[in-house]
Design a binder for this molecule. Structure first.
Ligand SMILES: *Cc1c(COP(=O)(O)O)cnc(C)c1O
Length: 366
């Protein structure tokens, strides 16, 4: 049987922003300037303004943004950084890139972000920093996390890669810790046409060090005062991001409206729709939980509805981190077994949301 509906998980083709993107690309081609020029400088100013932070530093990816933020804070070999047991593996890979060791703390099953109590339990003599992840677009419990970090003199680097414009109790993410890291990977709430990232910070000295580190550690021209890396946001991606930035607030409102519609349409359905803990949730993803996940996903696929699992393996169980002998995170493990994401992006129609909800209800009532 040919499915009646087709609801793709994502649609990455530019929509209302397509004209502005074409103009931005033409402008850069015309300029003949491709690395660290006026587009990057302008994007850094504009992204800092919309994120309500003093400085933004464009880098090559979200992973690099996290790793460089840690490096700029002096974190490296011999140090431990505590992060969430459930996230994209890139969060913890960024810690490994600095030479420090990742230590995983379990998540709060309601909020699905790092549990403050688990951070406290994971602190040891070598702990230097905490890296909370604002997963799925919802901020971690920053008030509790900052209290613990201050008590133990730990730096805080926020992984904001899924949380552009998100707030926690009204305060923008990326403004709680020493630094926040954003990704502009094409699927993110603000996506480039390739890789890109940014670090945000209120600390002027840290910002200056980050500008140096991303460009080989150069101060001025050809004098490398420290061993930096090569991780620069390029002019083309910066121009594309500038073209898209004016749409970000409206896209975020749409994401929130679509999430509210899912909640209404799925009310009473036989799946677990996590509740919203903070009105600053920006719904990078719409995760739901089901005991019979694979059979439900199969039924949805047969109805033409694409879903994905974010993430099927908790970080302590990833082979890449086995060398650090991570303690298990049981709540993250349970989430990895039963979570999956429904389609959610600004171009998704109400009719598609209703079709997804109907298909879920039909499957639950065989
Ligand atoms: C996407 C993502 C990253 C990595 O960003 P890249 O730009 O792909 O390097 C890190 N952490 C989280 C939570 C992410 O979603």
């Amino acid at each position: 049987m040919i499915p009646q509906t087709h609801v793709p998980f994502l649609a990455l083709h530019p929509g209302p922003d397509a004209e502005a993107i074409r103009a931005a690309i033409a402008r850069v081609v015309e300029s003949g300037w491709f690395i660290l020029g006026p587009e990057v400088e302008a994007f850094e100013r504009e992204f800092a303004a919309i994120s309500q932070v003093p400085s933004a530093i464009g880098v090559g990816s979200g992973t690099d943004a996290l790793a460089l933020a840690l490096k700029a804070l002096g974190i490296g070999p011999g140090d431990e950084v505590i992060t969430a047991g459930m996230s994209a593996a890139f969060s913890a890979l960024a810690i490994v890139m600095t030479g420090a060791s990742p230590v995983f703390a379990d998540i709060d099953p309601e909020r699905m972000t790092i549990a403050p109590g688990a951070i406290e339990a994971a602190i040891g003599p070598r702990t230097r920093a905490v890296m909370p992840v604002h997963l799925y677009g919802q901020a971690a419990d920053m008030t509790a996390i900052l209290t613990i970090a201050r008590q133990h003199r730990l730096a805080v680097v926020e992984d904001c890669c899924q949380a552009h414009l998100a707030t926690c109790d009204g305060q923008p993410v990326g403004t709680f810790g020493e630094a926040g890291a954003f990704s502009f990977y094409p699927t993110k709430n603000l996506g480039a046409l390739g890789d890109g990232g940014a670090v945000v910070t209120a600390d002027a000295a840290l910002a200056e060090r980050l500008r140096r580190l991303r460009n080989g550690g150069q101060a001025g021209r050809a004098v490398h005062v420290e061993a930096g890396v090569c991780s620069r946001l390029d002019e083309l991606q910066a121009a594309v991001l500038r073209a898209r930035l004016p749409y970000l607030r409206a896209w975020t409102r749409t994401r929130r409206d679509l999430a509210a519609r899912y909640r209404r349409q799925l009310d009473g359905a036989a799946i677990d729709v996590p509740s919203e803990r903070d009105a600053g949730h920006v719904y990078h993803l719409f995760p739901v939980r089901a005991r019979d996940r694979e059979s439900l996903r199969g039924a949805l696929a047969a109805s033409g509805i694409e879903t994905l699992v974010h993430y099927p393996v908790a970080l302590p169980a990833q082979p890449a981190f086995a060398a650090w002998k991570p303690a298990a995170c049981p709540e993250a493990g349970r989430l990895a077994r039963d979570v999956f994401s429904l389609p959610l992006y600004p171009g998704l129609s109400h009719a598609s949301i209703d079709a997804v909800a109907d298909a879920i209800r039909t499957h639950a009532r065989p």
